[in-house]
Design a protein around this ligand. Structure first.
Ligand code: AHM
Ligand code: MG
Length: 311
């Protein structure tokens, strides 16, 4: 027997999806599994291009704007194309909403799922090599859904799965399915496989970190100012500040270490900056399903901000 530390019975994302499908028995058609295979291919491709961006002239602006008025980076455009093509070719997606697309994309005749996504979230960080990520949420459409933009005007509680991939020192995929746990996979670049490295992620209870763009504090309302002053000035010791400016990276750290992440609505963005459908709702689902009992989680569907609070 070879005495080795080498793991030979690893759980890849592919294996995890297959086993999850089998556990559901004959009711599962395999469509969701195939959709997730397409998702994982897009994450691998986007990770690849982000890592090579400086070498192949993919840094900087594309010279266009998206529908929310943000200037698009070249990688925003490439990341979106990779994602759209992958969802379209999966044959399982009827409606796709992307931050980088003017309108919802409808793939006629295809699939029963709707996917919402921000292909590269935090793209202002791209050229500095700081972590960014892809956020995604999946809705199961009614069997008679025609396939139109209105089909995805659903509350976040209707998501059947959601998650994100953070492209940092490694590519980390976090996935949760309705009623299930939160699982973290790390891309092994050599194998080209996402490996289950963080099963059943639970947000730890006590880590005094706050994560918010405090440069906006002059635009906050009094309640918000008071809240952040309190966590700095009251209690035994102040919270530590950590703010990356990519929600995926700030949220991933919050999931791993605990703490508070917020992008409050303010006078500049009275409805909040983060977008409810493809940023807040999927992230809220991950945070909610990754929370140990007894921890307060607040999200607001009206003011479009997300606030995760830990005791
Ligand atoms: P983006 O989707 O255009 O990248 O914008 C969303 C990002 C989030 O990742 C992050 O939390 C926030 O914008 C940072 O905004 P700010 O620079 O105003 O702090
Ligand atoms: Mg975004």
């Amino acid at each position: 027997k070879v005495n080795s530390e080498i793991q030979t019975d690893i759980i890849t994302l592919t294996r995890y999806l297959t086993e999850t499908q089998h556990a559901l028995g004959s009711t599962a058609t395999g469509d969701f599994t195939l959709l997730c295979h397409a998702l994982q291919f897009s994450f691998k491709s986007i990770a690849y291009y982000i890592r090579r961006a400086t070498l192949i002239n993919l840094v900087g602006l594309a010279g266009s704007e998206n529908k929310t008025g943000d200037e698009q980076k070249k990688l925003d455009v490439i990341g979106n194309e990779i994602f759209v093509n992958s969802m379209k070719s999966s044959g399982k997606v009827k409606v796709l909403v992307s931050e980088e697309e003017e309108e919802a994309l409808v793939f006629q005749g295809a699939g029963k799922y709707a996917v919402v996504c921000d292909p590269i979230d935090g793209s202002s960080n791209l050229d500095a090599g700081v972590s960014v990520g892809t956020i995604f949420g999946i809705f199961r459409l009614d069997d008679d859904a025609e396939g139109k933009a209105e089909d995805v005007l659903l509350p976040g509680t209707e998501l059947v799965a959601a998650g994100f991939t953070m492209y940092g020192a490694s590519a980390n995929l976090v996935l949760t399915m309705k009623g299930g746990s939160v699982n973290g996979f790390t891309l092994d670049n050599a194998l080209g496989e996402f490996i289950l490295t963080h099963p059943n992620m639970r947000m730890p209870k006590s880590r005094a970190i706050y994560s918010v763009n405090e440069g906006n504090s002059r635009y906050w309302d009094e309640a918000c100012k008071d809240y952040f002053n309190t966590i700095k000035e009251k209690g035994e010791k102040p919270y530590s500040a950590r703010y990356i400016g990519s929600m995926v990276a700030d949220a991933y750290r919050t999931l791993c270490y605990g703490g508070i992440f917020a992008y409050p609505a303010d006078k500049k963005s009275p409805k909040g900056k983060l977008r409810i459908l493809y940023e807040c709702a999927p992230m809220a689902m991950v945070m909610e399903q990754g929370n140990p009992p007894g921890v307060l989680f607040q999200k607001s569907s009206t003011s479009l901000h997300i606030l995760v609070m830990m005791n």
